[in-house]
Design a protein around this ligand. Structure first.
Ligand SMILES: Nc1ncnc2c1ncn2[C@@H]1O[C@H](COP(=O)(O)OP(=O)(O)OP(=O)(O)O)[C@@H](O)[C@H]1O
Ligand SMILES: [Mg+2]
Length: 287
């Protein structure tokens, strides 16, 4: 566990859930045919409440790993645990998708015909475990915490994309997940908009310390947000290096001008570039 997280985990002992343990996972697509190995004996321990940033070249197997955790597809061997509960393994190659692990889709996942508030309340209403009033009270309060007061009765299309993305995260959090899974959510955004998204995500995270598994190609984003960076090898992926981001949370954008941030960029950029070059030349050979 990173030293930074260890400190905050101590303070909140017992409160945090959502530790992910990936043990020797292999994923081979189409084993009887083209046999594409996407994940190669990958092991990774993510403590509860950590923001774990997964960085690696295009096509190395990052999404494959996320999908295996989410229960969207099977693994070929190995095991994945969530808080010591086996999600998938030899007897059960595919995890059951569940509200304890939610993939935050950044585009198009909100119902455009429902208000933001109704979108946020939707999951728990469908589950039917809580009463309607309780659900709406909780939805309003979580929206307020995420800076969404005043947008409750707007439709998603009536608010800025930044606010819409907050609504998407709050909607996911309403289901009280242990883990949020993000797959390059801010890929298409310009750097200014991204910086606003990053601060908003951290703001929401500080109030809801779930585990975050976050895939990105963007090193700046990875260092700014993460407790740790997992730099993946080119395909088939497995961690090549794990780096503690020992910049204390809470963070804001002033971090980007700090000496430690620069040092971490220098330490990681070469590693990432090396793997990207390997992936590129492998692609050229295959193509
Ligand atoms: N359903 C599938 N069947 C066969 N091969 C697949 C399938 N899905 C992914 N692959 C292959 O597995 C490898 C890893 O894919 P994956 O999408 O996990 O990579 P990635 O690291 O997420 O890439 P990117 O950064 O481009 O999103 C790639 O070579 C991809 O072509
Ligand atoms: Mg991907």
């Amino acid at each position: 566990m990173s030293a930074v997280l260890q400190k905050s985990a101590k303070a909140e002992k017992g409160a945090l859930k959502g530790a992910i343990r990936i043990e020797d996972v292999v994923k081979i697509y189409d084993p009887e045919g083209a046999a594409v190995m996407a994940v190669d004996h990958c092991s990774l321990d993510i403590p509860a409440g950590e923001i774990c940033m997964i960085v690696g070249p295009s096509g190395c197997g990052k999404t494959t790993l996320l999908n295996a955790i989410a229960g969207f597809h099977s693994i070929s061997s190995g095991k994945i645990f969530l808080d010591d509960e086996l999600l998938c393994g030899p007897e059960k190659p595919m995890a059951q998708p569940g509200s304890d692990r939610i993939v935050v889709f950044q585009n198009g996942a909100l119902f455009p015909w429902k208000s933001n508030l109704d979108n946020v309340a939707f999951g728990p209403l469908m589950q039917g475990k809580l009463g309607k009033k309780e659900i709406y009270d909780k939805a309003r309060s979580m929206m307020a915490d995420a800076g969404l007061s005043g947008t409750e009765h707007n439709f998603p299309g009536e608010v800025s994309s930044g606010l819409r993305r907050r609504v998407e995260i709050v909607r996911a959090l309403m289901n009280e997940p242990k883990v949020l899974l993000f797959d390059e959510p801010y890929r298409a955004l310009d750097s200014l908009t991204k910086s606003v998204m990053h601060e908003a995500l951290l703001e929401i995270y500080y109030k809801n310390k779930v585990t975050i598994f976050f895939i990105t190609h963007d090193l700046e984003e990875a260092i700014f947000l993460g407790h740790r960076l997992v730099i993946m090898s080119s395909r088939p992926c497995k961690p090549k290096k794990i780096i503690d981001v020992d910049i204390p949370h809470p963070r804001d954008y002033s971090v980007l001008t700090s000496t430690r941030y620069r040092q971490l960029m220098d330490e990681t950029i070469e590693l990432v570039h090396e793997e990207a070059k390997k992936a590129f030349s492998a692609g050229e050979k295959e193509g």
